[in-house]
Ligand binder design. Structure first.
Ligand SMILES: [Zn+2]
Length: 50
């Protein structure tokens, strides 16, 4: 299963090396939360989701 998250979370780059950058949690309209695994490109690999 491929989720959104196959491109850099910050700039959207989908080419080149992508690095695991943790997870983000977003609220759902119907209530509750969904956790996403995100990735970062080389330029943003030092960032972390907060
Ligand atoms: Zn990036």
């Amino acid at each position: 299963m491929r989720l959104h998250g196959e491109a850099c979370w910050w700039c959207g780059a989908a080419l080149g090396d992508l690095h695991a950058a943790g997870t983000v949690t977003t609220p759902l309209q119907e209530g509750g939360f969904r956790q996403w695994f995100i990735v970062a490109c080389d330029a943003h690999r030092d960032r972390r989701a907060t």
